[in-house]
Every structure is written in C-alpha cells, then in structure tokens.
Design a protein around this ligand. Structure first.
Ligand code: SF4
Length: 241
C-alpha cells in the first residue's frame, strides 16, 4: 500500500498537516519531521494551544476541521521527505478505531517514515497502534490543566502505554510545585522517572526560558529529563510550524 493506492473512502478529520519542520518537544526535539494534526479531544486543558481542534464554544469546527482523504494527508505529510511524521491533535488516539487510522499508519510505514504519536495518556493503544507507532509521546495532565482527575487520569491506559517500551512521558509544568506533583504522579502510577520529560508551559520564548531555569534543577534532582519547546523559541506561537 502506498499513499496513492489507499482506499479513497478512507478519511480522517484533519485540522492541519504541515512541515517539513522539527519536533519541538521531548526526546526527539530537533529532529526533522512533519506534523499531522487530527481533530477532537476528550479533555479541555486551560493552557491548550490548539483549542481550534476541539473547542466548539470558541471555534466553528466546521471551519477549522475537514474530513480529508488519507491519501491526501499522507501526500502532504511526506512532502519534503521527512524521516519522521508526528501525529498529534487534539487527541489522535480517538481516531484509532477507524479504517482511516490503519490506512494512515500503514501508508507512512510503507513509505519508510518513523511515526510519533502525541497523546494525553487517557486512551489505550490498540494492538495495531502499539505495533506500528515508533514512539508514543504521552503527556498526562496535572491538576492545573483544569479537568477533574477522574477525567484526565486513566490508569489502565497509562499502564498499557508504560508497558509499551516505546512510550515516554512528558509533563507540562510551570513551577516547582508542578514538578513535585509529577513526582507524586509517577510514584503513584509506577512510571519510570528515566522515561519522564519535564517541559515548561508557555507560548513565548521569554516564558519558556524563565520557566526552564526554574524547572531544571528540581527536574534533574528528581531523576527526570528536561525538554524545551524548540518551535516556540524559533517561531513563537506561529501556526503551522
Ligand atoms: S489534551 Fe492536549 S489537545 Fe486536548 S485539551 Fe489538553 S492540551 Fe489541548
């Protein structure tokens, strides 16, 4: 199967596909890649920087989201020959039971691309997803995100992702108290600190830089890794980068 012989009826709800750029966050930060951003999310984080993918109160989702043939999505994602494609959202694993999802993963794999999936950690990967994805960047949400714990923490999904050795865990933090909450979270759910990245919340370079300075020492002391948001340092909050 290639992008050109995907079943034309296979579609997914797309917000945008863009690149070539670089992965800005987590263990692959700095790597050339393209992004596929799918619509819909089961959470409603106060700091979300892509609310146009899910928030019908603030956005006309008929304008921001388009049901798009998978062949077209794959062609756009592979333009420029990136070695890696990042599938993000929204919450992309909400789509994993659709034929279009399987067609998307299969097409990218056959094209030789690595696949990263960015997920909020509330969805258990299907066998197909677990097998075909190269890396899961799992970003569980802390209390400051705003949703109740029962909605943002799904232990069965977290355990399934942790059991998959291809998953790393990335926590958005503002200050020392958030790092301490991550320590309690990882202890409570037996997450390996060596697979945890602490990343500053912020959509401008000054905020990212200031918070990195505050987060670095406590993160390292707790046995965690540290991530910046490289795309914000390069391009601010410009869309499509
Ligand atoms: S999980 Fe991600 S996409 Fe969904 S609301 Fe939170 S930050 Fe936004």
């Amino acid at each position: 199967m290639t992008a050109l012989d995907v079943d034309p009826t296979d579609t997914l709800v797309l917000a945008e596909a863009f690149g070539v750029t670089v992965q800005g966050e987590g263990p692959s930060a700095g790597r050339r890649c393209s992004f596929i951003r799918l619509g819909g999310c089961n959470l409603s984080c106060g700091f979300c920087d892509t609310p146009e993918t899910w928030d019908a109160r603030r956005f006309d989702l008929r304008q921001t989201l388009t049901r798009t043939p998978v062949a077209e999505i794959v062609t756009r994602a592979l333009d420029g020959d990136p070695p890696m494609v990042v599938i993000t959202g929204g919450e992309p694993l909400l789509h994993q039971h659709q034929d279009g999802w399987r067609a998307l993963l299969g097409s990218l794999i056959l094209a030789g691309a690595e696949i990263e999936v960015e997920t909020n950690g509330t969805q258990t990967p299907t066998d197909h997803t677990a097998r075909w994805v190269t890396r899961f960047n799992v970003s569980p949400k802390l209390a400051h995100a705003g949703d109740p714990a029962a909605k943002r923490i799904v232990p069965s999904a977290l355990y399934a992702l942790h059991d998959n050795r291809k998953a790393c865990f990335k926590f958005v933090c503002r200050d020392l108290a958030d790092v301490q909450e991550v320590q309690a979270f990882t202890a409570a759910h037996a997450l390996d600190p060596g697979r945890v990245w602490i990343m500053p919340e912020g959509t401008d370079a000054a905020t990212i830089t200031r918070r990195l300075g505050e987060l670095a020492d406590p993160a390292i002391a707790a046995g965690f890794n540290l991530s910046t948001r490289l795309h914000v340092l390069c391009w601010g909050d410009e869309k499509g980068r």
